[in-house]
Design a protein around this ligand. Structure first.
Ligand SMILES: Cc1ncc(COP(=O)(O)O)c(C=O)c1O
Length: 470
């Protein structure tokens, strides 16, 4: 057992401190004031502000995280009906991100994507979405009972990477759905993609709105777009009705925390709120929520927050491009797209005769350099405010080591096109029917022609068996 090793101030001291703390973000201030009240904690969690913190974890992270690990207390706020510091924090976030309203999420962008789909699509409605959408979009389709109309994303076989969708693809998908008598309730676009490729949301939102359809943007990888002139424009600034951002990915809140923003008049706010309520814990971590508020505060107090990260990424790309056998992904791989996140750096290693998985193993195991994403022909690095010059030096040396160690081999080059893993398969059951159908386990090699009953995606995962619909 560990003891709570904090110094409490007396009542007068606490009052003075509260005034002195006025500069703090509202939720951080509220957490601090709550801890300073010396209350008797007959509430959850059982460690009671660290009194019974499990020793190995307390030795690792200290007692302070436990001190502030509380859930809904009267002196904090209500997660689903905020009236105090959480409401203030949400309003400040909405102001910063240019939203009509913002929700703080403790189930990541995943729960925001699911809620946005459930808030716009009723059972039987059609949702238009790219074939490479995140699994949370598919689970959102399953929960809502919507029927997907897939768009096959642009694909580059040299890189084995898919990009976004174009306005004309969205237009065609709406036209085809309507021609077959379907009611299109929402268009869902992932922008940027994991590799940082952005779709033309300004045009896509115009297409959607001209047809009275709301646009949901999975902006999990683009929460930082508002904060540097070299960044692409954020989804809300381009007319999206909903944007869901993983604040924990490039910005600096704790893992698992995201924000959902709405704009315009097309989204039923009450229905969305109920869906978010249905999908999230009734015991959110207030430390997590405070981290969202703190991440917002960090940006609102530093106009140059991303200058260093953007400079480092630009320098890194210049240095890496000079290394023989290594390529850096840019928009020439996707001529239909004109914007890319400057902080997402994807490195192609196929000319060295290596797969992305092999390169990752050497970088990680031998050199301690850990990419964010690993693919068949590349690894992807995420730059952010926490990236340092030393990180870039180690990265460039590591890639030089790869280049020296593996000889440059000749590789057949191919061009952007629509072939590859995202060919549009025939949909014999919609995802909800397939999810709830009885299943049988079958060896992967015998699966051809059967109906898949589980999620499979284009990753390093090697399937020996699949669950198929009986
Ligand atoms: C495109 C995309 N959307 C949504 C998500 C889910 O985000 P979160 O991890 O915040 O739930 C991810 C996660 O990697 C993602 O890549």
């Amino acid at each position: 057992m560990t003891k709570m090793g904090i110094t409490m101030v007396d009542d007068n001291g606490a009052t003075n401190l509260a005034e002195a703390d006025h500069h703090l973000p509202p939720l951080v201030r509220a957490l601090k004031a709550s801890a300073e009240r010396k209350t008797v904690p007959f509430h959850f969690p059982g460690h009671k502000r660290g009194q019974a913190a499990p020793t190995p974890l307390a030795e690792l992270i200290g007692i302070n995280p436990f001190l502030h690990d509380v859930t809904e207390l009267p002196d904090l706020d209500r997660f689903f009906s905020p009236k105090g510091p959480l409401l203030e924090a949400k309003k400040l976030a909405a102001q910063l991100f240019g939203a009509k309203e913002t929700w703080f999420l403790v189930g990541g962008t995943s729960c925001g994507v699911q809620a946005a789909i459930m808030a716009t699509c009723s059972p039987g409605d059609t949702i238009i979405l790219p074939r490479n959408a995140h699994v949370s979009a598919t689970t959102g389709v399953i929960f809502s009972g919507a029927v997907p109309k897939y768009i096959v994303p642009q694909y580059n076989s040299e890189w084995d990477i898919a990009a976004g969708v174009t306005p004309s693809q969205v237009k065609a998908a709406i036209r085809e759905s309507r021609a077959s008598g379907r009611k299109v309730a929402a268009v869902f676009v992932t922008s940027p993609t994991y590799n940082g490729i952005c779709s033309n949301l300004s045009e896509i939102s115009k297409v959607c709105h001209s047809q009275g359809i709301p646009l949901i943007v999975d902006e999990a990888h683009g929460a930082h777009f508002k904060f540097h002139p070299q960044m692409p424009k954020p989804a809300l600034d381009q007319g999206a009705d909903v944007s869901i951002q993983s604040t924990h990915k490039v910005l600096c809140s704790f893992s698992q925390t995201s924000m959902l923003h709405i704009s315009g008049e097309m989204i039923d706010r009450e229905r969305l709120h109920k869906c978010l309520h249905a999908l999230q814990s009734t015991s959110p971590s207030w430390l997590f929520l405070a981290s969202l508020d703190a991440a917002r505060h960090q940006l609102s107090t530093d106009a140059a927050a991303f200058d260093h990260a953007v400079n480092l990424a630009n320098v890194a790309k210049i240095l890496i491009r000079k290394i023989p056998g290594i390529s850096v992904l840019d928009l020439s791989a996707f001529p239909d797209f004109s914007n890319m996140d400057p902080l997402r750096v994807t490195i192609g290693v196929w000319q060295l005769g290596l797969s992305g998985f092999q390169a990752n193993e050497i970088l990680d195991n031998d050199l301690g350099i850990i990419p964010e994403l690993v693919s068949t022909k590349s690894v992807t690095l995420a730059f952010s405010q926490g990236t340092t010059g030393e990180h870039v030096q180690r990265l460039v040396s590591g890639l030089k080591h790869l280049s020296w160690t593996f000889s440059v081999v000749n590789c057949e080059t191919t061009v952007a096109g629509k072939a590859g893993p995202y060919d549009d398969p025939v949909m014999s059951l919609n995802p909800r029917e397939a999810f709830f159908a009885s299943k049988m386990k079958m060896s992967f090699k015998d699966c051809s022609g059967e109906v898949c009953g589980e999620f499979i995606c284009h990753t390093r995962q090697e399937f020996q068996f699949l669950y198929l619909v009986k």
